[in-house]
Design a protein around this ligand. Structure first.
Ligand code: 3H9
Length: 705
């Protein structure tokens, strides 16, 4: 069977003296090789046709151009390159006009900046977000943006990666005018005809100057470089952006472009680029769970929340923020008043900071209702339970929900550890029961583990993914086990950290090594922030089922027994003098650790930061492999996204499984085997890891379902 020839990616049509070149490369008009070729041909066609006096570039569909085709990075480059295309557009002897609607990002904005005139529609979003992918603008953006907007705003745009709206783009000089109506082609055509009528000349961005006062510009860049080095510690591409712009101060335009290209290629080769682009695609893959393909979600127009503690209130706020009504149920009037206060506190803080008007606060809270009667949840389409983590308490809540909720209502639990299959087994409608594991603070943290018990209907799973989209969360599908994906893996690497601590590294050295890897905080700082009592409760719960042969570090218990739970009690692993939020090392903690080492008969030894990182990550990756093998996570990328959005894993490393691929699975396995010499029970290599190494495969080979 022969397939019909693909429609050209750039289609041209004459409208009087204007040649309109329309990009057709759904979904986002990325600059694939066909689009690049099509753009070049359009310029040549405009040059060659004596009837054509101007060329108009527009995008079909949702937007202008979302940038280079990210899927091409890392593959052999195919001509023409984007810089060549942009230079050819700029060199065109007839005026070229870009009419922008929707996204004009990265290479898309670079195409527009190479055109001679730019018009933005009301919905336009313009930006140079390459930095978020570990790149710099590589098709003249570092040279043309400063010429249009001024040096400092252009560098700020490139370093932040943020998008500008149409009005802001006009204000900064990035575009020349705003288009009327909703049709970019029509508005662009009207503008082109006006320009022709006014005998507008070819106006090349490259002819402008990068900075009027070169020395002042150099000083500005020097200051930006210093600030960037501190702010983006460990990141490769931000300083390359500054370098590319600075080169433009001294070099002719063409040479500056060549320099920009070299820096761009250095970024392309960096593992950070690979990690960040992996994160970009992984975030878009996680939403495509199998159940979402064939099953329509149930409509969710009202939500109930059981429990008004930190989690319940945070979930209520997340739902209110998405524009839905919430009914909160608590066991008595006092608890309900606390729950309501927890919700109001969030909005009061926003009003105090000037981020929300008193009127908007009132409008949000008008959608919030409190009750002490389960019967008030009878109309809810979805109820999320966020009560105390105790299976008997959960069973009691679900029995009530089973009694009062309407048929077809989704019954969700926010448990972090408990067996959701058991919770589902306790009700008459297990097909409606699912886990929605929010992370604290639930209105801020993006991650939502969607925990899928055995008997839930696929439609309910699809509903959970749809809810995540409504709430602006990043959903990850997880299976039922103790801790699901995130907390189960966390428990393992926290143990590895505790072993390191008992064996000789101080908590401060461990935190520092973990920060040096790219985390914002180390595990002991996190423990102090979250409250040591949480982990203590978990350890007590697990004590009866703990393998008696397994090594158990008692240092955290010693701290908890003293009531040192972290920031909220003024001390934990660190001291927090006078309510300060940044801790200082505590000699008494070090003394407790010493005493524990003696009690356990351990002669402390030194660990380098690199040794600490190797053990910490090997424990994470090994448990990740087990989670995959057991089907708790669908793909390695689901684990990556979980850790990027819920556990502070450095984004530029792509996630733990991507990181393991970068290091090489054989090396990770060799580390685990080495560590197993001291503790073979803890460091049992995951059979999946062994299998992959044996087959010469990596985790990424499991990402394609
Ligand atoms: C660059 O331009 C380098 C140059 O300076 C120099 C070159 C020499 N390529 O996000 P969505 C896919 S670097 C390929 O869900 P939205 C995406 O994977 C680039 N594919 O939609 C998804 O696929 P699927 C600088 C891309 O409406 C589908 O499109 N540009 C690209 O929520 C829909 O995407 C950027 O960094 C791409 N460039 O958001 C912009 N972009 O359906 C990156 C998207 O199979 N893109 N896809 O899962 C975005 O920020 C958002 O996609 C956008 C739309 C805001 C455009």
């Amino acid at each position: 069977m022969s397939s019909p020839a693909a429609a050209p990616a750039v289609q041209t049509a004459r409208h009087g003296a204007v040649l309109v070149a329309t990009l057709h490369n759904p979904p986002v008009n990325a600059l694939s090789v066909e689009v690049r070729r099509g753009l070049l041909q359009a310029v040549e066609q405009a040059e060659a046709d004596p009837e054509v006096r101007a060329l108009l570039l527009v995008g079909a569909g949702r937007g202008f151009i979302a940038g280079a085709d990210i899927r091409e990075f890392g593959k052999p480059p195919q001509p023409p390159s984007l810089p060549d295309v942009c230079n050819r557009i700029e060199a065109c002897s007839k005026p070229v006009i870009a009419a922008i609607h929707g996204a004009a990002l990265g290479g898309g904005l670079e195409v527009a900046m190479a055109a001679h005139y730019r018009l933005a529609m009301a919905d336009a979003r313009l930006g140079l977000p390459e930095v978020q992918l570990g790149l710099i603008p590589g098709a003249g953006g570092t040279q043309r943006a400063p010429r249009l907007m001024g040096l400092k705003p252009a560098v700020e745009l490139m370093l932040s990666g943020r998008h500008l709206g149409a009005a802001q783009a006009l204000e900064t000089g990035l575009v020349d005018r705003l288009g009327e109506g909703g049709d970019a082609a029509a508005a662009g055509l009207a503008y082109a005809h006006q320009l022709l009528a006014a005998r507008a000349v070819v106006r090349r961005t490259c002819d402008g100057s990068l900075a009027d006062d070169v020395e002042a510009a150099r000083a500005t860049l020097q200051q930006i470089r210093a600030e960037t080095a501190t702010k983006t510690r460990g990141l490769f591409s931000p300083l390359k952006i500054v370098e590319a712009v600075e080169a433009g101060l001294d070099l002719p335009f063409e040479d500056a472009l060549r320099h920009e290209r070299q820096l761009f290629l250095q970024c392309i080769d960096s593992p950070q680029r690979a990690g960040l682009i992996h994160a970009f695609f992984a975030e878009r893959e996680v939403v495509k769970a199998p159940e979402t393909r064939d099953h329509a979600p149930r409509p969710i127009a009202s939500v109930g929340v059981v429990g008004g503690g930190t989690m319940g209130a945070g979930i209520a706020v997340a739902v209110l923020d998405a524009g839905l009504p919430v009914t909160m149920v608590e066991r008595d009037a006092q608890a309900l008043a606390r729950g309501r206060a927890n919700v109001e506190k969030v909005y009061d803080a926003l009003v105090a900071k000037g981020r929300l008007s008193a009127q908007a606060r009132a409008a949000v809270l008008a959608r919030f209702q409190g009750s002490t009667a389960y019967a008030d949840l009878a109309g809810a389409d979805l109820v999320i339970e966020a009560v105390f983590e105790d299976i008997a308490v959960k069973h009691a809540v679900f029995a009530e929900l089973d009694r009062v909720c309407k048929p077809g209502a989704v019954l969700a639990t926010n448990t972090s550890y408990l067996d959701i299959d058991a919770i589902a087994a306790g009700v008459s409608r297990p097909q409606d029961v699912i886990g929605l594991h929010f992370f604290s603070p639930a209105n801020i943290m993006k991650l939502l583990e969607i925990v899928v018990p055995a008997r839930v209907s696929p439609e309910v799973v699809a509903t959970a993914f749809d809810l995540a989209r409504t709430l602006g969360k990043v959903p990850v599908r997880a299976g039922v086990c103790d801790g699901f994906i995130g907390n189960r893996i966390l428990a393992r690497y926290r143990q590895a950290a505790d072993f390191l601590m008992e064996d000789g590294a101080s908590p401060y050295e461990i935190d520092e090594a973990v920060r040096a890897f790219g985390y914002p905080m180390g595990p002991y700082q996190v423990s102090d922030l979250a409250g040591g009592d949480i982990g203590w409760a978990t350890r007590k719960r697990r004590a009866p089922t703990r393998d008696p042969r397994a090594r158990y570090v008692q240092i955290p218990d010693r701290l908890c027994e003293r009531g040192w739970f972290g920031q909220k009690t003024g001390r934990g692993y660190y001291l927090y003098p006078q309510g300060s939020r940044t801790g200082v090392p505590d000699p008494e903690v070090l003394a407790i650790i010493d005493a524990e080492r003696q009690r356990a008969g351990i002669r402390p030894r030194r660990f380098t930061p690199e040794e600490i990182q190797r053990r910490y990550l090997a424990a994470m990756v090994n448990e990740g492999a087990n989670v995959l093998r057991e089907g708790i996570a669908l793909r390695p990328l689901d684990i990556d996204v979980t850790f990027l959005h819920g556990y502070g894993f450095p984004r530029f490393r792509g996630g733990p499984m991507k990181y393991a691929d970068t290091v090489g699975l054989d090396r990770v396995l060799a580390d685990i085997c080495e560590f197993a010499q001291d503790d073979p029970l803890f460091w049992q290599p995951s059979p999946l890891l062994v299998e992959l190494v044996g087959q010469g495969r990596n985790f990424d080979s499991l990402n394609r379902l």
